[in-house]
Design a protein around this ligand. Structure first.
Ligand code: PLP
Length: 424
């Protein structure tokens, strides 16, 4: 029998399966109400409009759509994306944009061009599991920065402290990875002050900022905050920000198309990295989305999606308030956009263990520990509000609350101090 382990590269040995993808396989049964996935609501998918756009491609440019394309991406789609970004205040040229097979590909390309084994990426604690997976697969390490108690971005004092210590210890940091708009998993949105402070920090230390923005347009409460890319562009314009965008949450994830916005020099390097990955992004899909964007219907679609998610988020928050006990050590974020909220539970609850009890009660969440690359915090969970129906949200929260209440009771009726640290 061949010993594959001895053949795998060090990179492959570093690859870790996504806890979320594994969990999603477990919870396919229809009786389970799942708050675990990150799926958009399928009723937002504009099926008929997309069918019409596909018809246009077949009628007008079938042979081009079925041919190889350039690695940089289809010019028609780029032109549409430049208009799309212009509406948000960004001025871009063709050479600022690279079309990708959605953002996950970009998250794999970036460590590929920046990281040597052992190099560090500065990132939030918690952060998106797909980014952790990609960084680890290139033997990258991560320097974790906690968020501020105000939930408005990094704790900047901790950033300075941890960074200084890391530099002193000889760690080599290359880039900062952040999701400033309605972060996955926490739902946190960074204030403009924190975005500016991070930009100044990156300027000072010559780091790249990777700004991952799949949820940017899904703001359903409050005012837009400029992206870090925009702040750089409007300020010193040093071209150190790589902004990742995708159609996954504003249109449909199955189209698997995203775009990177960056300086032409960085785009050039990323293009080289992409050539070896897939030569070019699915050409048909690019032409198809270009046709769809030309109709201008995406703006109305995003508006409707935001309306739907606002009502689901409000309902979820209302149900959490209704069914969960009111305690100082049981809190949840109240996001102004995106798809998720984050629940922090009493310190003695281990959500990795509790997930089995939740599944037994036919409700699922994602364990908080999945979003940490080291020293995971075990007493948290991510829950999604975009996919479940309004009825399922109430029933699911009711089931989840019953599991949590049972855990609290179990702890409180047990021998005092058995699992809790002193003074708590
Ligand atoms: C923060 C973040 N980045 C990137 C992705 C990947 O998205 P895509 O479907 O564009 O690959 C996701 C998906 O959920 C995400 O939450």
């Amino acid at each position: 029998m061949i010993n594959l382990e001895s053949l795998y590269s060090a990179n492959a040995r570093n690859m870790k399966k996504s806890v979320i993808r594994e969990l999603l396989k477990l919870i396919q049964q229809p009786e389970i109400i799942s708050f675990a996935g990150g799926l958009p609501a399928p009723d937002t998918f504009p099926v008929e409009d997309l069918r019409k756009a596909a018809d246009v491609v077949f009628t007008k440019h079938a042979t081009k759509a079925l041919q190889y394309g350039t690695t940089e991406g289809d010019d028609d789609l780029k032109a549409e994306l430049i208009k799309f970004e212009e509406r948000q205040g960004l001025k871009l040229g063709k050479d600022n944009v690279l079309i990708t097979s959605a953002s996950q590909q970009a998250l794999d390309m970036i460590p590929k061009i920046f990281l040597d084994p052992g190099d560090y990426v500065i990132a939030g604690r918690p952060t998106y599991v797909g980014a952790i997976q990609a960084i680890q697969s290139y033997q990258g390490r991560m320097l974790g920065i906690p968020f501020s108690p105000e939930n408005d971005g990094f704790d900047m004092v901790e950033l300075e402290k941890r960074h200084e210590r890391a530099v002193r210890d000889g760690k080599r940091m290359k880039y900062i990875y952040v999701i400033p708009d309605f972060q996955n998993p926490s739902g946190i949105c960074w204030s403009v002050e924190k975005r500016q402070a991070l930009l100044r920090f990156a300027y000072r230390h010559d780091y790249i900022i990777v700004e991952d923005s799949p949820y940017r347009e899904i703001r359903f409460i409050g005012e837009n905050v400029p992206s870090i890319y925009q702040l750089d562009q409007q300020g010193e314009n040093r071209g150190i920000v790589i902004n990742l965008k995708t159609f996954s949450k504003i249109l449909a994830p199955g189209v698997r198309i995203g775009w990177i916005i960056a300086s032409p020099v960085l785009i050039g390097k990323l293009v080289t990295a992409k050539q070896a990955m897939d030569l070019c992004t699915n050409v048909f899909a690019q032409k198809w989305l270009a046709e769809y964007l030309k109709t201008g219907k995406i703006y109305e679609l995003i508006g409707k999606t935001c309306d739907l998610y606002r009502s689901k988020r409000n309902h979820m928050v209302e149900m959490l308030e209704k069914y969960l006990p009111k305690r100082w050590d049981l809190t949840w974020t109240k996001p102004e956009g995106g798809l998720f909220l984050w629940i922090a539970l009493p310190h003695y609850i281990d959500t990795d263990q509790m997930i089995h009890k939740a599944i037994a009660r036919n409700v699922a969440y994602v364990v908080g520990s999945a979003f940490y690359f080291d020293e995971p915090e075990k007493n948290a969970m991510r829950i999604n509000f975009s996919f479940a129906s309004v009825e399922q949200i109430e029933e699911g929260v009711k089931r989840l609350a019953a599991v949590i209440v049972k855990e609290i009771e179990l702890h409180e009726s047990g021998p005092r101090g058995q699992t809790s640290p002193e003074g708590l």
